[in-house]
Structure formats: structure tokens, C-alpha cells
Design a protein around this ligand. Sequence first.
Ligand code: FAD
Length: 470
Amino acid sequence: STAIVWFRRDLRLADQPALSAACAAHERVLPVYIHAPHEEGAWAPGAASRCWLHHSLVDLQSQLREQGASLHVRRGDSLAVLRELVHATGATAVYWNRLYEPTAIARDSTVKAALREQGVEARSFNASLWCEPWQRETRQQAPYRVFTPFWRSLRTQLSVTAPSTRPSIHGLEVADGLPIDALELLPAIPWDSGLREAWRPGERGAREALEVFEDDAVTDYATARDLPARHGTSRLSPHLHFGEISPRQIHHALAARVSAIDARRRPDIEPFLRELGWREFAHHLLYHFPATPTANFDRRFDRFAWEADDNASLERWQQGRTGIPLVDAGMRELWHTGWMHNRVRMVVASFLCKNLRQHWHHGARWFWDTLVDADLANNTLGWQWVSGSGADAAPYFRVFNPVSQAQKFDAQGEYLRRWLPELRDASPPLLHEPWKDAALLKRSGYPAPMVDLGDSRAAALSAYQSMRGA
Ligand code: FAD
């Protein structure tokens, strides 16, 4: 018998439940990728994600070819393409791994029902989360809204399980597949050289990133993770988003690595696992509160006095020309590499939502288009957390101070100098506050701050007080 494996954001061969199940139960397997951005509503992949996707598909194709199989690439309506392929191959089953965005859930339910009605077995699996979002609930049988109890409940049930290895695939070839280039995922104007230098998309790149992290970073993740100049975090986020690696594989590899280390010097991997816990929490929230990519989780924020949309301010923020060094360095890192360090993400987001009082939607959209790890669950949680409107959010009165954040986490200014070449000759303390030296601004061409940090903070707090009082 023949099964179709419908690849989506699970672009790997090992620990791939749909693929393993198909290979175990059927003689022949047709791996398929259907490009259908119109089915993702307002959240079709942004420009940076499309670049990543292109290279990840190329990697998947080359791995399948090494196994004597081939990825059948199509574009169109998913259901129509699957039906056509069922007809062409005589497949009796279609298997895939689940996605958790509201539009994907709706589409997949329709596809499942339609295939079953046609007498085709349609089965979905969990490939990307430790735990399905609907499997955790509070004692009151409600979804969690606070991270710590969510994590406590998940953590006690996490065990290290060995992920499955890649199955041997008896592939099937079908006519009319497209070359990956035909999906036109790469930009027409090649602005993506920075992305290509910074990353190796695909399952092999994911494994490589994990190995680098195991070797260099896992031992001092708890302290190094806050320093943007260091390669102190895993940089696994785009690989996780595209399903090139799973949390189960990461957990298993780290547990094996640290257990080999002398118990007295064994690094604590809990702080890192906890970050993966935030990812699970973000998916839990998106599943239970599907309107939150655009609607405030805390509805009091519907009354918040945002400033009128201001394209000029927004552009300065996007281009890293605000005159606040840590904000500008982060925005330029994002533009150049498609990624930004987590601490800096919090700082640039706080600056946009609080100091400029521009609606968090604008920031979330820009991130969506420019991040290689743009992920609806994580991005929504991040923006709502910083703006104060989220579940378990940072209290609104905690406005990040980009100067003291830089002084604390980039004391020597290494990160600032890396991304702000015009300030390369400056050193702290002036590098952290270049506006204190008019000659430096003049010489370097670096802009004066677009807002006064103290005044804009006070204005944000007062807008917040009015919202609460209203
Ligand atoms: P590590 O520190 O090595 O963490 C390991 C993994 O845990 C990450 O790869 C990620 O999958 C997960 N993780 C870590 N922190 C968080 C978090 N706060 N929330 C959810 N998951 C987390 N992350 C995205 O993957 N996609 C996004 O679109 C995204 N948008 C964000 C927007 C804002 C405003 C903020 C403040 C954060 C956002 N994050 C997002 C979360 C976080 O910044 C990134 O996951 C992290 O920087 C990725 O780097 P890393 O893989 O080296 O992380």
C-alpha cells in the first residue's frame, strides 16, 4: 500500500512521527510539500521566513534523494493537491504532523474530514511539542494563564525519551512536481546575504547548531544567555520553528551530554529547558486564545492611549536610527541576520511600545517579516508580554531602560560596536550615551535620540494610569 506524507513545518527525517508511521505501515511513501501561503490568512510566512524555507526544503530534498526518495513539491490548495495525488498514486493514507495556528487547525480539520469521507485514512501526529496544548489544564480545568504553574505541571511529567532515528524510505515518484525554485521563496533583489552567512537551514544545520551549543554554551547558559555579544544561547529558534529539530531530540541530546560529565561539575540544564517551556506555554496560549495575535489578552489594553500611528517614527525604529544605541544595534542585527538576541528583543519592543507608544501590532508585524524564527505563538507572547497586555505579562510600569540594560549586559560595548560601525571608535561610558558628546554625534553621523527616555517613560506610565483609572 501507499501513503502520502504531507510535510509542513516538520522538515526533518529523524524523530518525524508522521514519516515513521507511514514507513512502518506502508510499502511505499510519497513525501509531499504543498506551498499554500493563502491558507495561512494574515500570517503567511514573511520575507525572512521564506528565505529560510527555501533552503530548508533544498536540504530536505537532498536528504531524501540520498535515501533514494524525492520530495514532491506543489503549489495550490492543499486539499485539492492531496486528492489529486491520492488519485494518481492509489494512496490509502495521508499522514502529517500537527500545526497549532488557528488557520492551520481549521484547514487541517477540513482536510481530515474530506479525506476520510473519501475513504482515505487521514492521521496527524505531534512532532513539535513536548505536550499537546489541550493536555494541560489547571485544577479548575481551565487553560493556564501563568507560566510558572504551567511549567511546574509540565516539568514533572517530562521524561527523557530516546527519539526515533530516520526510517528507511521506499519512495515513490510522481510526475508534475515542481522544482523548489519555482516556489519563488527567495527575494528578487538579493538582500539576504547576511542571512546566508549567519545560518545553515535544514536538519543538518539544526544538528550542527545543537552540537555547537552542547560544546560551548550549555555549561554557562544561565549567565551567558543575557549577554548579546556572546554566542551564549542555542540559536535553535528557526530550526525549531521549521521543525528541523524537536524539543525531544534536544532534551535527549543534552541529557546524554551532561550525564557524561563528572557529577560535581555537571552543568544545570534546567534554565535552558525552562526556555523551551516558554515555547510550550506560547503554543498553549495560542491554542486556547486564538484571537491573541491581534487582540489584547488583557482587554483593558483596548482602552490604552497609543500614540497615533506614526510612519516616520516606525521607520526610524525599523532601520535602527532611533539614536538609542542598544535599540539600534538590535534592529540592525535583526535586519542583517534575521535574528535578534532575546534580551535585545525585549528592549527594542519596550522602546517601541512604551517610549514611542506605538501599538505593539506594528512591532509584531515587522518582526514577522524580518525574523527567520518568526513564529505566531512565540511572537505573540513576546509582544504582548513586553507591552503589558499579555497573559502573565511584565508589569506595565517596568519600562526597560535601554541605557542601563546596555551598561549591564554589554558593559564593554562589544555588541554595540559590532552593529553600529559609526560608533566603533567610541567606548563606554559615552558609547552607551553618545548624545552626551555633541562632537561624537557630529563626527560619527549617529543620530541624536528621537525621544527623551525619561519624559517618554513618564508619559507612558501616565497613559497606563489613565487606562487603569478609566
Ligand atoms: P535560547 O535561549 O537558546 O532558547 C531555546 C529555545 O527556547 C528557543 O529557540 C525558543 O524556541 C524557545 N524560547 C526561548 N525564549 C522564549 C520565549 N521568551 N518565548 C517563547 N519561546 C522561547 N521566539 C521565536 O521563536 N519566534 C518569534 O517570533 C519570537 N518573537 C519574539 C518577540 C519578542 C518581542 C520577544 C521579547 C521574544 C520573542 N521570541 C520569539 C522569543 C525569544 O526571543 C527567542 O525564542 C530567542 O531569542 C531565540 O534564540 P535562541 O534559540 O538562541 O534561544
